[in-house]
Ligand binder design. Sequence first.
Ligand SMILES: [Fe+2]
Ligand SMILES: [Fe+2]
Length: 149
Amino acid sequence: MSFLLKKEDRKKIVDALNQGVGREIAAIIQYLHHHYMAESIASPEIIEMFEKTARDEMRHMEVFSERIAYLKGVPTTKPWPIKTGGDLKKMIKDDLEIEYTACELYKKHIKLCDELGDTTTRLMLEKILADEEDHVDQWETILAKRKIR
Ligand SMILES: [Fe+2]
Ligand SMILES: [Fe+2]
């Protein structure tokens, strides 16, 4: 039960989760933007992947935000920087970069939860980390297997 956590530890978890929220909001916007911009330059499969991934990120944002509210914090509404523009290859590389950042960030946050004894948040982060690793795999596969102009 998270309210067994000390107030200052709860704040550390909330701050970490809010980094995640900012990153997830950026990912949602970036993926949706790519979904619209790829309309004339990508295959229907890739266009759909952008949208599907945006929806995954939206779920992550929701999970983080609900946990923050439960811990008596306030979820941020500010996105991390968003990258736009370029050809399809650049779009996918920019998306891959935010996925790498997410994996790195959430691994760090899993460690923090371990140190502070917040098992519930840790489990939540582990599930989301698995999704982010799937996203990395998805884009790495696309870049490796397809000829993208
Ligand atoms: Fe995510
Ligand atoms: Fe992701």
